[in-house]
Design a protein around this ligand. Structure first.
Ligand SMILES: Cc1cc2nc3c(=O)[nH]c(=O)nc-3n(C[C@H](O)[C@H](O)[C@H](O)COP(=O)(O)OP(=O)(O)OC[C@H]3O[C@@H](n4cnc5c(N)ncnc54)[C@H](O)[C@@H]3O)c2cc1C
Length: 435
């Protein structure tokens, strides 16, 4: 019997645990280790931050749902990975043995790289549930005492979609409250242009998002590097294409939310030979560490090069469907190694499908593959996308409760659009037969 331990019950780790258990069957043990006892649906955090969702609507207890699928659960924070002994050490100094390890620990939020940034200082965040709840308190203060707002993404950020979502949602909240005229809004971003998204743009994302910002009287500053933040003032250098300072701005703010650069969590980053300098796990095309053959990784914790060099550093986002495709590949590769005694062969397609809410409208993009040049590059907006995002939230939460990572109708509906999780899918595989 092989023991597979998954660290991190987030967007990637939960489907990974379900798929690995399903594909390996009852003869093998799957254990999930997560620092919280609840699953949190991160894409709904912008709604939490403005009070459109309560935390209980987007969270659920992990243990009971995993138990239904005979997956074990331990609520613990991993502080060390001992690759020589194949053991995890937790904050309570418990030791967990593994035969195979799947790392799905998401990001460490690197606010510390910008003086005055982050909820411990002067800017808000929506990256975790706790941060979004704290952000809501600041939004309430803004509603009571309107003043200037700055939203965007710091230098080195890779996750731009939620910054756009948040600025459009906040604009709607302020308009609904009848105080938008008292709130000048700036969108400050490290992207070289609006709609770059860390992806070099997708379809018409530049002109569509510029148009949306213009229609809502939101001014923008691109190629922005934030030098420091003080209480109520943000100091920004706007760079030119050569990376020289073109303009310096000191913008006042009453409320501010900027997405930070991401890094790897300490327990992962500290393993010698596992990660790049930012602490992201280096993997081969099968999501496996080239150094440690029994360690796989997927999701935000994985090292991916930027889409292109930009005057202000930006990273490539790791989006939900892309993450699920990595996890499907890991499950299939564990099957190859453990059951078939053969080398891993599955590769995730890393296709990106993303739905962004914009308050009363929304946008959807499809990028196949996520890294250009692409076979499909598509960006559309409309009210239907706002409702699609609400539907997606309910759908994903249900999938994670029922333990069906890729229901048959999802698999075949997406296949009709040419979207699959695995490159050259192996339809003879047992798991596909079962589905
Ligand atoms: C605000 C926001 C909105 C987003 N919206 C979208 C969207 O709409 N669509 C989209 O495609 N993508 C979206 N993304 C991008 C991406 O899909 C999410 O960030 C996604 O949650 C990443 O999944 P993950 O599994 O890599 O990490 P996470 O979902 O962050 O999961 C990591 C898990 O590991 C746990 N963990 C971390 N360290 C330890 C430790 N030491 N020990 C034990 N457990 C640990 C964490 O508690 C967490 O449960 C969004 C990202 C953000 C920040």
């Amino acid at each position: 019997m092989a023991k597979i331990v998954v660290i991190g019950a987030g967007t990637g780790g939960m489907p990974a645990a379900y798929e690995i258990k399903e594909i390996l069957g009852k003869d093998h043990q799957v254990l999930m280790v997560n620092e919280h006892d609840t699953f949190r649906f991160t894409p709904s955090n912008p709604w939490i931050a403005v009070g459109w969702r309560e935390p209980k609507a987007i969270t659920f207890q992990i243990e009971k749902h995993l138990a239904d699928k005979k997956i074990e659960f331990k609520c613990a924070r991993v502080t060390k990975i001992d690759t020589e002994k194949n053991q995890l050490i937790t904050a309570d100094e418990d030791i967990i043995d593994y035969d195979y390890l799947v790392i799905a620990t998401g990001p460490k939020l690197a606010f510390n790289t910008i003086p005055g940034a982050g909820p411990e200082h002067f800017t808000q965040s929506i990256c975790t549930l706790e941060h979004a709840v704290e952000c809501k308190v600041d939004v309430d203060k803004l509603l009571a005492n309107p003043g200037p707002v700055i939203v965007g993404a710091f230098q080195g950020a890779s996750c731009f979609g939620p910054a756009y979502e948040y600025v459009f949602i906040l604009d709607k909240v302020l308009r609904d409250a009848g105080i938008r005229s008292k709130v000048p809004i700036h969108f400050v971003t490290s992207e070289p242009y609006v709609g770059h998204l860390g992806l070099g743009g997708v379809g018409d994302s530049k002109s569509m998002l510029e148009s949306e910002l213009r229609q809502r009287d939101i001014k923008w500053i691109c190629n922005a590097t934030v030098d420091s933040v003080e209480e109520g003032v943000m100091h920004i250098s706007e760079l030119d294409r050569k990376g020289n300072v073109d303009f310096s701005h000191s913008l006042p703010f009453q409320h501010s939310m900027l997405i930070p650069p991401f890094a790897g969590i300490d327990a992962v980053a500290n393993v010698e030979g596992l990660c790049n300098p930012k602490g992201f796990v280096i993997t081969d095309e099968h999501q496996r560490s080239p150094t440690f053959g029994n360690i796989f990784a997927g999701g935000v914790c994985v090292a991916i090069p930027p889409a292109e060099i930009t005057p202000v550093p930006t990273g490539m986002p790791k989006t939900g469907y892309m993450i699920e495709s990595m996890m499907t590949a890991i499950a299939h590769n564990l099957h190859s190694i453990i059951i078939e005694n053969s080398p891993p062969k599955s590769k995730g397609t890393w296709n990106a499908i993303c739905i962004a809410d914009m308050g009363d409208t929304g946008a959807v993009f499809v990028a196949m593959p996520q890294i250009a040049p692409r076979n499909v590059s598509w960006f559309k907006k409309g009210k239907w996308a706002h409702f699609a995002k609400i539907g997606f939230e309910k759908y994903f939460l249900r999938k994670m409760k029922t333990g069906s990572s890729e229901p048959l109708y999802e698999k075949y509906a997406l296949k009709l659009m040419g979207i699959t999780r695995l490159e050259a899918e192996d339809d003879d595989n047992d798991i596909n037969k079962e589905l």
